[in-house]
Each structure stands twice: as structure tokens, then as C-alpha cells.
Design a protein around this ligand. Structure first.
Ligand code: FES
Length: 178
């Protein structure tokens, strides 16, 4: 009877538990091996992160407000312009501009109220603030660059307008940048 018990694992509760646990551990190990490469593939490489796109919900921004979003390590200005800001920008299309661009060329067609700009001064990369300077737009306090309500450089050492990133409207209230 003792011999039969040794050769029949099913009759030994301890042996049966061991087989059950070992089989379970093997199954988990196999699943783990399958899952890991998938998780690893989902970890974006550094260069992929640098190219990352972001989506932004414009409903968060009221007219006359600006939200600063971090994108590719830089601040991005998403500004809901007032009618007065838009009118001032269009009026200055004919002004003498250091980096000539119409206001219309700096926003999406029919979306003059939305200005999306890379928020780094084109002089040495400081972050300008809105509402200062001589042109009612952004002012960079580092060395005194003045941008208008279209983000165009008007005065000071910066050579270029605030950059407009690649972006698209996914709907009336959502944009995708990058
Ligand atoms: S970094 Fe803006 S004026 Fe120099």
C-alpha cells in the first residue's frame, strides 16, 4: 500500500499540491515571457518621445486667456484671442515687420481666435509673458523683445516671430500638435 502511494502522485496530497503549484508557476512564467516584449515595445524610445504629438482640449480656454502646455520639452502657448487682439494683429499686417507674415498665415483658416505658438523667445529662448510690451502681445523680459498679438516680433533683439508649430484641428474644440 505504501509502494502504491509513492508511485501514484494522485494519492499523495502533498505531491499533488506540488504538481499543481509547479504547473501554475510555469503558466505564469510563460505568460510573463509573452507579455514582457509587448510592454517593452510600448515603451517609447527617447527619440520617439521627442517627436510625440499631443492633443489639447480648447474648451479649457476662455476668450482672452492663454494656457501654457508643455510639448517636446518646450512651452506651447494656446491663446484664445479676443476680437480686439485679432483686429490689432490684422491692422498691423501692413506695418513694417522684421519677419513679415500676415496674421492670417499664423492661424488656421476661419480660426482667427486660436493662436498656437511655441512659447520661446527667438532671441535666446526665454519664455515671454503676455500683456506686456509696446504691441499688446508678448514681452520677453530677458533682453526686451516685444511681440504683437499675432506673436510677430516688433521690437528688441529677437530676429523671428514666435514659431507656429505643426498642428491641426481634430474637431471644433480639439487640436493635435505635432
Ligand atoms: S531671450 Fe528674449 S529678448 Fe533675449
Amino acid at each position: 500500500m505504501a509502494d502504491t502511494a509513492l508511485h501514484d502522485p494522485g494519492s499523495d496530497p502533498n505531491r499533488r499540491d506540488f504538481i499543481h503549484i509547479a504547473a501554475g508557476a510555469a503558466a505564469v512564467g510563460a505568460a510573463g515571457a509573452l507579455v514582457w516584449p509587448l510592454i517593452d515595445q510600448m515603451n517609447p524610445a527617447g527619440d520617439t518621445l521627442a517627436l510625440a504629438s499631443i492633443e489639447f482640449d480648447l474648451a479649457k480656454v476662455q476668450a482672452g486667456q492663454q494656457v501654457v502646455v508643455k510639448w517636446r520639452g518646450k512651452p506651447l502657448f494656446v491663446r484664445a484671442r479676443t476680437p480686439a487682439e485679432i483686429a490689432a494683429a490684422i491692422k498691423d499686417d501692413s506695418a513694417s515687420l522684421r519677419d513679415p507674415a500676415t496674421d492670417e498665415s499664423r492661424h488656421k483658416p476661419g480660426k482667427a481666435e486660436w493662436l498656437v505658438l511655441v512659447g520661446t523667445c527667438t532671441h535666446l529662448g526665454c519664455v515671454p509673458t503676455f500683456g506686456g510690451g509696446d504691441y499688446g502681445g508678448w514681452f520677453c523680459p530677458c533682453h526686451g523683445s516685444h511681440y504683437d498679438t499675432s506673436g510677430r516680433i516688433r521690437k528688441g533683439p529677437a530676429p523671428k516671430n514666435l514659431a507656429v508649430p505643426d498642428y491641426a484641428f481634430l474637431s471644433d474644440t480639439k487640436i493635435k500638435v505635432g
